[in-house]
Design a protein around this ligand. Sequence first.
Ligand code: SAH
Length: 244
Amino acid sequence: MSKIAIMGAMMEEVDPFLELREHEPLLKHFKKHNDIEYGGNIYHEAKFKNHDIVLAYSKIGKVNATLTAATMIEKFGAEILLFTGVAGGINPQLKIGDLVAATQLCQHDLDITAFGHPHGYVPEGSVYVKSSTVLLQIAKKVAEEKNINLLGGIVATGDQFISDEAKKEWIRKTFDADALEMEGAAVAVVCDALRVPFFIMRSISDTADAGAVEDFDEFLKHSSQRSSSFILGMLDKIVDGQIK
Ligand code: SAH
């Protein structure tokens, strides 16, 4: 039995799992949880069908995401990490609310190109980090069963909210990215280094252009809910023994 981490960046992204707000909580599926404060965040320990779960949001950005992912693994003993949240869509196929599963992630703001390296690269690292193929297969099954159109794609991460067509286009061109956000690649680097299978799910909240702020505010809750529901579907399969 593996201990499973469920992580988001913002409270709204993990809220559907908790009883913090009035709306129907997905955490009704979880047994009573234990809340532990550590390093400025709250980690909720819970049981889901006899499996141990640790759930938290990190706060926004790569540094916060790194701290939380590493804490979930090193302090709480997580052996699988599932990320749930929202992103700006780049691929025109992706409409608001649609789901994208990161197959690979990169850091669009990591730049030592002055030394002749490609964007997103540091020595002894790589531009892209690949997600767990087993978890991607589970996601594919969940999507088929729920009749959801799930796009597998490249997710670009950086410490910037992108609301500009030219910047978005640069990220698309440079990294062949389908969606962008502010935490995924940091989580990927941590999990890859510590050999923990990970999966990053994002539901589109905006399309990273001039209307991004308004769209984000309008669709954050709905898109977070869609992403969380999908992750719950994956949890069901994981605890049913489709991954060891
Ligand atoms: N409204 C928030 C800030 C949100 S930042 C506040 O005022 O506190 C955007 C968050 O959603 C990040 O966690 C990021 O991962 C994701 N995201 C969604 N759309 C994005 C976009 N267009 N650019 C960058 N990140 C985006």
